[in-house]
Design a protein around this ligand. Structure first.
Ligand SMILES: NC(=O)c1ccc[n+]([C@@H]2O[C@H](COP(=O)([O-])OP(=O)(O)OC[C@H]3O[C@@H](n4cnc5c(N)ncnc54)[C@H](OP(=O)(O)O)[C@@H]3O)[C@@H](O)[C@H]2O)c1
Length: 383
């Protein structure tokens, strides 16, 4: 029986993880759960899974939950409590599925505690890739990607990296793949969140619509697989059936395919190196009329271009870009700025922020805070 700490339990990845746990009560036990403010949903989860710990980062939400809980679950609050349950000696597997930079510290703590980290929070690598990968190595942690593309690459690279030319991350292209730029100006948050293939949280759905999600994934792949930027390619594939590919010198290409459902990726991370039932139906290639592939349009999806540039620039550029994106997306979701303002605001933040190297977690956190403040100032000129 493996004890799981599930960070971001009330989110899209959190729910999918619990649905895999439900299929295997003999293999997995929920040891700790976390959320930010959604204490009502956490109450339901505590009643069902009876975890040892439930963390509500927001203190008022923790208090509300404490007032009504009837199970023996210990309620903790504050961001530091996430670090505690992520590194707890009784936990075996940590699902890092908090959205945004808020998920970085706890993911890093689980690395330093030598856990198996099932990493959905790509922001940890975008912000602190060098520090994170160093901790994984030093503390003998096990890092399994929970992103469909990176899980695909992880699986394809089982035959080794010798003779590897490049990897290719596929991208659905999001809901606006075929929408002309002239129509993007008036896009609403609900339209941006209506992803054609994947059901996800609102922030990552907007990132998919701008293709910043793919940009973050390029950076994630750079750190996960120790690849140079020019070894990472992006290919638009609207059906999201080919999850990604690796290309070898001898002309061979290995791809991983499946229905677009994160439960396959999650169950693989939970059971690796075994495979278990995830609840996802087997792929029926005869039922898919066509598989399309296109080069990405870097002019229309400026965020993807910005991410490649930030990766090449290195240092604080990736963290700055991520911070600016999080603030811009939050403002877009709150109807404060337009869809096309997102890349403009990120670009402006990147051009104003001083370029430096980041050598410690403290510097990473400080850069994140400064970049957020700068983005907020820039946004005041909009609207
Ligand atoms: N969804 C996907 O298919 C998918 C695929 C690949 C990778 N990912 C990555 O997985 C992560 C989670 O994505 P998601 O779609 O599951 O997000 P989501 O549905 O928005 O869920 C986010 C989770 O994080 C919690 N949270 C939000 N802000 C927090 C904070 N400041 N401190 C602590 N916890 C906080 C939320 O709690 P409350 O409910 O209380 O707000 C919720 O449990 C992201 O990094 C995303 O890029 C997602």
């Amino acid at each position: 029986m493996k004890n799981i700490t599930l960070l971001g339990a009330t989110g899209s990845i959190g729910k999918s993880t619990l649905s895999v746990v439900d299929l295997h009560p003999d293999k997995f036990n929920i040891f700790a759960l976390s959320a930010n403010t959604n204490w009502q949903q956490m109450l339901d989860l505590c009643n069902k899974y009876q975890p040892n710990y439930a963390v509500m980062v927001d203190e008022q939400s923790a208090e509300k939950l404490s007032n009504v809980i009837t199970t023996d679950t210990q309620i903790l609050s504050g961001a530091q409590a996430l670090d505690k349950v992520a590194a707890h000696q009784d936990t075996d597997l940590v699902m890092a599925a908090i959205v945004g930079a808020a998920g970085m510290s706890s993911a890093l703590c689980s690395a330093k505690a030598g856990k198996r980290i099932m990493l959905a929070n790509k922001e940890s690598l975008v912000l602190a890739g060098d520090i994170f990968m160093k901790a994984v190595k030093e503390f003998n942690a096990e890092l399994i990607p929970v992103d469909s593309e990176h899980s695909a690459i992880f699986q394809c690279l089982k035959s080794g990296k010798a003779g590897l030319n490049k990897i290719q991350l596929t991208a659905s292209g999001g809901p606006f793949l075929r929408t002309p730029i002239s129509k993007l100006k008036s896009i609403t948050p609900d339209q941006a969140c209506a992803h054609p293939n994947w059901s996800m949280g609102r922030k990552i759905s907007v990132d998919s619509a701008t293709m910043m999600n793919k940009g973050l994934e390029v950076i994630e792949a750079h750190y996960l697989f120790s690849l140079r930027p020019e070894q990472i390619d992006v290919l638009v594939h609207p059906q999201s059936i080919v999850h990604s590919s690796v290309y070898y010198e001898d002309g061979s290409t290995l791809s991983q395919l499946g229905n677009p459902d994160m439960r396959s990726v999650i169950s693989y991370a939970m059971s690796y190196p075994q495979r278990i039932n995830s609840g996802v139906a087997a792929l029926d290639l005869t039922s898919i009329p066509v598989l399309e592939f296109y080069q990405p349009d870097f002019e229309k999806f400026t965020c993807l271009k910005l991410a490649f540039e930030a990766l090449s620039k290195g240092g604080n550029a990736m963290g700055t870009m991520n911070a600016a994106n999080e603030i811009a997306v939050e403002n877009f979701l709150n109807h404060q700025i337009g869809f096309l303002d997102i890349p403009k605001i990120i670009d402006q933040t990147l051009s104003i922020m001083k370029h430096t190297t980041l050598n410690s977690l403290e510097e990473v956190v400080n850069n994140d805070l400064v970049a957020r403040e700068m983005t907020r100032e820039i946004i005041k000129q909009y609207g």
